[in-house]
Design a protein. Sequence first.
Length: 259
Amino acid sequence: MDTLLDLPPHLRSRLAGALRTGVIEPPYSPPLLRSVLSTGQGLDAIRDALVALDRQGVSAVAIAEMLKLMAKVEARAPRTDLVWSGPAVNGVHARSTRRVYEELLGSGERRVLASTYAFFDGPRAFEVLATRMDAVPDLRVTLLLNIQRKRGDQAPADELVRRFADRFWKYEWPGKARPSVYYDPRSLELDGPAGVLHAKAVVVDEEAVFITSANLTEAALDSNVELGVLVRDRALAASVATQFQVLIEQKLLKPLPAT
């Protein structure tokens, strides 16, 4: 079976069709296989696999159904893309960090969750997401952002949050519809941060998840060396979204005031 599993999808589909319709049947002659598959490469191994299954009482139609099932299993398997910022590496295929961010933030239908430690030029960083929210009224967006206490600033945490919120809603968020924004209050402790919200990730419709070292800054999206993975897997996407949702429900992440 390994030989049939290792066939390219288009050849496996072609073989399944010929087996299902009776074009190919025992004793699986090499010339007929060559004619259907349009290749002689690996032909002996393919025939040996088919003959072995025939000897076990597996009919040509049953083999065709097995090949069809293989295709369905492959289609449901997680798909992973390498995502990269910085100098291109010859011989390695990787998607652009900026393009993946824009693709995901601009494609949500039901829910988008995005977390970043830092952002620069909010109107540009959030433009794609804000435009999508305005175009899809039912889209629920959750942003997780870090609020940083500047060195020497002794203002109470509530005051720092108000300053951040006023600046964010007035100057950084470019859309009419507003997302739900949360922050980690530990970053504002006067004795030094006990922890910060440092995760950089996007989850879209709980179907795709992007985990990256890149913040939403021009340098991270285009010139820094940054590495990430985009995984289209519902179980993983739902798991990541749930992790953040539990932090929100347990009030470990706090909501940013609306004004």
